[in-house]
Design a protein around this ligand. Sequence first.
Ligand code: Q46
Ligand code: ZN
Ligand code: ZN
Length: 301
Amino acid sequence: MKCKKCKDEAVLERPCLCNRHFTAYFEDKVKNTIYRFGLISKKDIIAVGASGGKDSTVTLFLLKRIFGNVHAIALDEGISGYRAKTLRCLSFFCKKYKIPLKIYRYKKEAGFNIDDIAEKVSYRPCSACGTLRRHILNAKSKGFTRLATGHNLDDEAQSIMMNLLRGDVMSNAKLGPFSGISLGNFIQRVKPLYLCTEKEVRLYSLLMGLDAPFTECTYAKNSFRAYVRDMLNEHEDKHLGTKERIVRVFLKALPKLKALYRQDLAEQIFCKRCGEPSSKEICQACSVIQRYSKLPPTIYF
Ligand code: Q46
Ligand code: ZN
Ligand code: ZN
């Protein structure tokens, strides 16, 4: 396979580009996404929700290059055999590129590790884990004007389909490159890799020698997301461009979806326990903390 621009050996089939042209194509795509959707401006104080994985590491790397000043915020959920490794890589990366890094631990912020609750309940801990992640990231992003995440096109196509399959259309109104609820105490979340496929992000990370591990959380196996991901990948193999089409059509419908749910999304009060914005008297994160703190201690025989 030869690059369609210079006839050098191609590193990617679609689009068919060599190392040099792919790198330029990828970086242009990210910059265009930022400018097209107005995700970040020079005045912004940027935090990146980093995990040490390839997506958030590529996001950190490119935002540092484009805007010069970025901070990394990482969470340690307390998942053995997984998070320690990615956080080690992240610390190394941040040191190398002189990016300030703050790590917050669930154990300290919520009082328990995800492993602690996983061994006491028969269901997957992902819902509790995700609720705490959103909550802690929002609470620790005070002082920043943007929270960038590493979500790519594959992630977005999966989220759109997952919400549709659940019949939860309102959650789709919170998606998009400029996502979440841009109100009050919620930090604005942005997704610079929104139009980049997972394959492109992985290749860019490899070509730039970013050394981000491609590991997956132990609890991700057999999850609903993994099911939708496999389904979309299978469809993509047979019908090239499926995921891109889902996201492009979704982007056309998004303004109408946001308008439809504007009222519901705007309704926010402040949690009686933690003071963070919430749609109920006690926010979801505080309810999670309350529920899991009451679990009996594990008895080892
Ligand atoms: S980290 Fe947490 Fe994920 Fe692991 S426990 Fe589930 S939500 S799968 S992205
Ligand atoms: Zn080329
Ligand atoms: Zn709360």
